[in-house]
Every structure is written in structure tokens, then in C-alpha cells.
Design a protein around this ligand. Structure first.
Ligand SMILES: NC(=O)c1ccc[n+]([C@@H]2O[C@H](COP(=O)([O-])OP(=O)(O)OC[C@H]3O[C@@H](n4cnc5c(N)ncnc54)[C@H](O)[C@@H]3O)[C@@H](O)[C@H]2O)c1
Ligand SMILES: O=CCCC(=O)O
Length: 537
């Protein structure tokens, strides 16, 4: 039996009109405006209202005054407020001011002004500040983890891991900054010497989601290392982590105006459009869905901004007949159920060879039954909630659709009727031709498909418009190289379900986007290469 550790009894929230509308016409409502994100007053009254204040050792990291512009906390136009919900219990974690397009324009102006001196700092000076940010993040890691768990729901142990991972981008890019070499290029013309300089791009916009801390730092550390200034739009679900990082940047000596944060829930599409169209911004880096990435790409075409897009995935995870099944089960647990299935690199389709299918599905189900699901802050919890109600509904839709087409529920399969946004960790066997083939579930649903040959598995794996990560387990070395080369993805995990670290080039191909974050390539996406040809020599 799956152990569900939620203290409170069944939730009795009735559905708001907005929720009912979205349930009937899901495609009509942008996900950013989905009712679970625009929480109605009625829903708030029904949730057990305000959470007790988070107890941090360093209270300066809990910011409720607003966004961050020119080194100051500001509510901007203060166009109302939005509430941030703890997905682990449905309570209101805090209330933040709504900022506007005008506030965004102001933040961009400030970042443009700050660029004049920031771009002239040396790489060594910037590296020292980045190392200081790393140090302050490390000193405050427990508080940062508490903030992540409160607003994102993941278990505290995972949140601590995210802070370590997030902070590592600052030391990584401090190291890369001081090695941001240009080239001297042999000239085809006598008397001319060619060389290149790596220069900052300018004011850069950052918008991200899902991993409240590490997805911010992966972009921010590289942007700052390269000498850019930044305007970040914080996700409305997890703004407190972004604000805490901004405060740490301030404490580390990042000059006023270099890092700015805009907050909004209801103006998200308009603020996003402004970031795409503002002529003072020269680069936009976005992490989120392919749907929103396409909107932003169109909007940014008018000013031809440099873009980096880390978009949705539909990762295949292939278990060959020669795999070590226990290791493969561990790989699926690490990869599919990380953050309850809410990472872009989570396995979405698990393809298992017919000869080992039944054995593998039983082993996986046995492992999943041992999960302890509940509020991430509680002891012993291994898996937390989903981020909002729409995410829970999507998992249910995927389960129902797959079952209607012949899939069998091995374990789980239902929403949990408790406060917060929980879905039972689920394993489905014999999945075939259903929505999961082409859509990311983004939840704790392991969908097991059967295959009979390597060719069939690779074809199934590649039969999707996106290509972020792919995984497989085999003990055959020739097959390992063959399949790694054949998968149409940006990142392959061969005999591992864990690929992420600051040192690797993170990014996708096809409709998973373009650009690479982290690694030695990560800095390049935040620089312009300038040729200087010196004549008359
Ligand atoms: N490739 C990667 O590195 C990576 C990493 C994490 C998540 N993701 C993807 O993100 C998706 C899950 O996150 P989500 O559902 O929150 O994605 P989403 O695209 O709905 O939202 C992402 C962010 O975009 C903002 N946004 C929404 N509509 C916008 C608009 N019109 N203009 C500007 N900004 C807008 C949201 O406020 C949020 O901060 C999944 O598809 C996942 O695979 C990709
Ligand atoms: O969801 C985002 C990806 C997290 C990671 O870097 O592995």
C-alpha cells in the first residue's frame, strides 16, 4: 500500500467558477492564467487560509515588500496583490504586490543604465562577486531550502539538494568568467591581424519555472559572469526563492540595477510581451513550456533578440532485455519521480522490452509502493505535491485516457482527496497510443510501453516533436554507443537516470528549444563575439 502521510482529513474544496470553466474548456485558458494560478477569493476562504510565518534563521531572506528594482524593494504600481499557495497544504504562504508593464519598463531602464559600469568590471571582479554569492547561499542553505519546500512542495532533502545544485552555478561561472578567452585568428591578408573579444550582450531578460532556485541561478550566474545586467520575471508560484536570491546578490555586492526582479501573476502575458519587445533588451532566456516558448519567439521577432529556450520534453526511458533491472528501477525512480515528476528531464514514456516487461513493472511498482507522499516539510516524506490543481488534473486526464485505451493500473491512478495538490505515484502497464505519446505529463505517472526490438524502441523514442533528454539501460557496450547516438535528444543518460550538474551542457533539440546552460558552453550563450581586424601592420 502506498503510504500517504497527510495529517488532515479529506479536502472539501468545491470547485470555483474559474476551475469549472477550465475543466470544460482547458484549451481556452492559457496555463499561466489557469484557475489554480488565479486563485479566487472563494477558494482562499475554503483553503485553511494563511500559513504560519516561515521560521528562518535569517529573516532577511523572506521578502514580502515586492520586487527588486535599482537595489530597492518595490511594489511598483501596486496594482493589487497575488497570493502564493503552499502546494503541500493549500494554505496561503504570502501575498505579494502585482507589478505592471510600466514597472517592467522602469526595471529595464534601470538595468540599461547599470550596464554602463557593470560591463566595464573585470572578469576577476565579477568572479569574486559570484564566489561571494555562492558563499552566502551556502551559509543560508537551510533557509533557502525551507523557502523552496514551502512554495514548491518538494521534500526538504530534495530542496537542500536543489540549493547545493543552484549555488554550484555561481562557483562554476566564476571559474568560467576568468577563462572567457577570445582568439587570435591567422589572417589571409598581409598586414592584418584578426582577433576576437567576448563581450556582454547587454540587458537580458530571464523568465523561468519549476525549479525555484536552480533554474534561476543557472541563468543568472552565467548572465552576470559575462557582464550583462538582468531583469527577471519571477514565477507567480515560486517568487520567494527568486527574491531571496536577489537579496543574496545585494548582500554579495552586486551593484544597484544589475539584478532586478518584477513580480506579477495577472499581467504575466503582458510583462512577457514587454520583455520580448523592449528594444533595450538584447537577450531573452526562457525556461518553460514549448507552448509559451513559441509565443515568446514570435513576440521577440520584432526586435530580433538573441534567444535561449529551455522548453518541454517527453523523455523516453528504454529498458533493454539485457539491462540490470534493479539498476534500471533505481534509474526510473530517480528520473521519473524526481520532484514528483515535475522536471523537464523526467522520463515520460518508459519503453520496456517484452521479455522483461512483467518482471520490471512489478519491481517498479514494489519500489513505488514504498514512497511516502505528503508535505515536504514533514519527516520521512519522499515525494511531495504537484504545484497546483491544474497539474493534478492533467495527470488524472493522462491516466484516464491511457486506461480507456487499454493500459492497466499497476499502482496508484488517482488524485488524493487531501489538502494541497497531490496525486498518487502511479505505474501504468501496457500503455499504447494515448495522450502521453505526445504530451508531457509533468507528474508522478510512470507509463510503461512494450517493445520487441532495438529498432522499434529507438523509433518509438524519437517519435515526438520534442527532444530534451533520453535514457536507457543496457549491459551491451556496442548497443550503448549505438543507441546513445541514435536518440534525438540534447542529453542522454546511459545506465543512469541522473544527468544534471553545473558542468554539463543542459539543453534540447527539436521543439525542446535551443541554447545550452551550464558547462563551458553556457557562458557563450550570454556573450557576443566581436571581431577586431587590425590593419596596417
Ligand atoms: N528545458 C528545460 O530546461 C526546462 C526546465 C524546466 C521546465 N521546463 C518545461 O516547463 C514546463 C512546465 O512549466 P509550466 O507549466 O509552468 O510552463 P509555462 O510555460 O506555462 O510557464 C513557465 C513560465 O512562463 C511564464 N509565462 C506563462 N505564460 C507566459 C506568457 N504568455 N508570456 C510570458 N511568460 C509566460 C509563467 O509565468 C512561468 O513563469 C514543462 O513543459 C517543462 O518541461 C523546461
Ligand atoms: O526542470 C528542470 C530541470 C532541473 C535540472 O536541472 O535537472
Amino acid at each position: 500500500m502506498l503510504r500517504v502521510c497527510i495529517a488532515q482529513s479529506a479536502r472539501s474544496l468545491t470547485r470555483s467558477p474559474a476551475t469549472r470553466l477550465a475543466a470544460r474548456f482547458p484549451a481556452a485558458i492559457p496555463r499561466s492564467l489557469a484557475p489554480s494560478r488565479i486563485i479566487s477569493t472563494q477558494q482562499h476562504r475554503m483553503a485553511s487560509n494563511k500559513a504560519a510565518p516561515l521560521k528562518l534563521k535569517n529573516p532577511s531572506l523572506w521578502i514580502e515588500k515586492g520586487g527588486f528594482v535599482n537595489g530597492k524593494w518595490t511594489a511598483g504600481a501596486n496594482d493589487g496583490t497575488f497570493e502564493v499557495i503552499n502546494p503541500g497544504n493549500g494554505q496561503v504562504l504570502g501575498t505579494l504586490p502585482e507589478m505592471t508593464v510600466e514597472d517592467t519598463k522602469e526595471a529595464v531602464k534601470v538595468a540599461h543604465e547599470a550596464l554602463k559600469s557593470w560591463r566595464k568590471t573585470t572578469e576577476t571582479e565579477r568572479a569574486a562577486i559570484l564566489n561571494k554569492i555562492f558563499q552566502i547561499m551556502t551559509e543560508n542553505s537551510e533557509d533557502l531550502a525551507q523557502i523552496i519546500t514551502a512554495e514548491n512542495g518538494k521534500p526538504l532533502a530534495d530542496a537542500r539538494g536543489e540549493v547545493t545544485y543552484g549555488a554550484s552555478y555561481f562557483t562554476w561561472f566564476a571559474g568560467e568568467a576568468v577563462r572567457n578567452y577570445g582568439d587570435v585568428i591567422p589572417s589571409a591578408v598581409k598586414g592584418v591581424q584578426n582577433m576576437t573579444l567576448k563581450q556582454p550582450i547587454g540587458v537580458c531578460a530571464i523568465s523561468e519555472c519549476c525549479f525555484p532556485n536552480a533554474m534561476v541561478t543557472r541563468k543568472l550566474a552565467a548572465a552576470l559572469a559575462a557582464g550583462n545586467t538582468v531583469v527577471m520575471k519571477a514565477p507567480a508560484e515560486t517568487p520567494y526563492s527568486v527574491l531571496a536570491i536577489a537579496e543574496i546578490c545585494r548582500q554579495a555586492g552586486v551593484p544597484d540595477g544589475v539584478v532586478n526582479v518584477v513580480l506579477t501573476q495577472k499581467h504575466t502575458p503582458d510583462v512577457g510581451k514587454e520583455l520580448c519587445e523592449n528594444p533595450l533588451i538584447h537577450k531573452l532566456s526562457f525556461t518553460g513550456s514549448t507552448r509559451v516558448g513559441k509565443i515568446l519567439m514570435k513576440q521577440a521577432s520584432g526586435t530580433l533578440k538573441k534567444l535561449s529556450f529551455e522548453l518541454g520534453g517527453n523523455a523516453p526511458f528504454i529498458v533493454f532485455e539485457d539491462a540490470d533491472l534493479d539498476k534500471a528501477v533505481n534509474g526510473v525512480i530517480a528520473c521519473k519521480f524526481r520532484q514528483s515528476g515535475q522536471t523537464c528531464v523526467c522520463a515520460n514514456r518508459i519503453l520496456v522490452h517484452d521479455a522483461v516487461f512483467d518482471k520490471f513493472s512489478q519491481k517498479l511498482a514494489d519500489a513505488v509502493r514504498k514512497f511516502k507522499v505528503g508535505e515536504g516539510v514533514k519527516d520521512g516524506i519522499t515525494h511531495g505535491p504537484l504545484i497546483h490543481e491544474a497539474a493534478v488534473n492533467k495527470v488524472q486526464q493522462h491516466v484516464d485516457d491511457a486506461v480507456s485505451k487499454g493500459a492497466k493500473v499497476v499502482v496508484g491512478g488517482k488524485k488524493l482527496d487531501v489538502p494541497g495538490y497531490f496525486f498518487e505515484p502511479t505505474v501504468l502497464a501496457d500503455v499504447q497510443s494515448c495522450a502521453i505519446d505526445n504530451e508531457e505529463t509533468f507528474g508522478p505517472l510512470a507509463a510503461l510501453y512494450r517493445f520487441k526490438t532495438e529498432e522499434e524502441a529507438v523509433e518509438m523514442a524519437n517519435n515526438t516533436e520534442v527532444g530534451l533528454a533520453g535514457y536507457f539501460f543496457t549491459e551491451n557496450i556496442a548497443r550503448l554507443y549505438r543507441v546513445a547516438a541514435a536518440l534525438e535528444v540534447g542529453m542522454v543518460g546511459a545506465n543512469t537516470g541522473v544527468i544534471s550538474q553545473a558542468a554539463i551542457p543542459f539543453g534540447g533539440i527539436k521543439e525542446s528549444g535551443f541554447g545550452r546552460e551550464g558547462s563551458k558552453y553556457g557562458l557563450q550563450d550570454w556573450t557576443n563575439i566581436k571581431l577586431i581586424a587590425v590593419g596596417g601592420l
